[in-house]
Design a protein around this ligand. Structure first.
Ligand code: AMP
Ligand code: MN
Ligand code: MN
Ligand code: MN
Length: 284
């Protein structure tokens, strides 16, 4: 499974490398199976495939979909990312992504509106300038970078902590499709549904467990393994849930280029004995 990276971003979303340069970088790292999984967009795929042609690398179609789930007992809904991989008939997914892009563009505007009274200026134009003027590519990473450049905070993380993460004044939830429906659309597109970074949603252990359980019940295929930097106990907890609910595993670095320089392309966690990689099911 060395040489596999199934979660990466290009500058089609909040990565810094173009899809073409991402493939080049992957080739240099000896990666032979690469999924480009931009946020709510598959627009980078053709560009990546063009560079990969006649090279020793397989590009797996992918996208990281902003979805949501809730507990029946409470009204609160939680954001969740579902990575869709290896679509054989992507049309149903393309239709969903058109909708997601509208939501993303409107949300960017709304976040900037909410920021206005807090920072005393309108940064919308600068934010959109970061994504070649295409508003449906705006992520909170771009908004955080703009807040740094304009001197409102000193680091992107501070922008999240002060303004745009959940619970803060300029936080706007991504009102994406529900988890069950998202998995359904991925399957209609004949792809695999992967629960992205289950331990990165600020959820209690009970809620992580519940999320993995419903993900399995809704027909989800695999869970992403936590990166090696996370505590062993966290990894063990996720391993137990994967085994209990009969899920496969996926591996990805969540590479974002210089936006998150500590994450290295191709740096993926080890698969434990008995775990089945989702890549073994790929049709290439
Ligand atoms: P969005 O899809 O617009 O909500 O942006 C999500 C992206 O913002 C994630 O993929 C991360 O790259 C980044 N992000 C989310 N939460 C945080 C956080 N608390 N600190 C830093 N970056 C974050
Ligand atoms: Mn991101
Ligand atoms: Mn994510
Ligand atoms: Mn990601």
């Amino acid at each position: 499974m060395q040489g596999v990276d199934l979660h990466t971003h290009s500058n089609i979303s909040d990565g810094t490398l173009s899809p073409e340069l991402l493939v080049q970088a992957a080739l240099e790292k000896g990666i032979h199976t690469l999924a480009l999984t931009d946020h709510d967009s598959m627009d980078g795929l053709v560009l990546a495939e063009k560079v990969a042609k006649n090279q020793p690398i397989q590009i797996i179609s992918g996208v990281e979909i902003s979805s949501q789930w809730s507990r029946p007992s409470t009204k609160k809904s939680y954001g969740v990312h579902v990575v869709a991989l290896n679509m054989q008939s992507p049309d149903p997914l393309h239709k969903l992504l058109e909708q997601q892009k509208i939501i993303r563009a409107e949300r960017a505007q709304l976040i900037c509106e909410l920021l206005k009274p807090l920072i005393g200026e309108d940064i919308y134009a600068d934010v959109v300038a970061k994504v070649e003027g295409i508003p449906d590519r705006v992520t909170r990473t771009h908004i955080a970078k703009t807040l740094v450049e304009k001197g409102h905070v000193s680091r992107p993380q501070q922008a999240f902590d002060k303004y745009i993460k959940e619970g803060k004044k300029a936080y706007v939830q991504f009102e994406g499709l529900g988890l069950e429906e998202t998995i359904h659309v991925i399957h209609k597109a004949q792809g695999f549904a992967v629960l992205a970074h289950p331990t990165r949603y600020d959820l209690s252990a009970t809620n992580i467990r519940y999320l993995i359980e419903i993900f399995a019940r809704y027909g989800g295929d695999a869970v992403e393994l936590p990166p090696a930097i996370e505590p062993t106990s966290t990894r063990q907890m996720v391993d137990r849930m994967i085994a209990e609910f009969g899920l496969k595993v996926s591996v990805g670095s969540d590479f974002h280029g210089d936006n998150m320089p500590w994450i290295k392309l191709g740096n993926i966690p080890q698969v434990k004995e008995g775990q089945v990689g989702i890549w073994e099911s790929f049709i290439v």
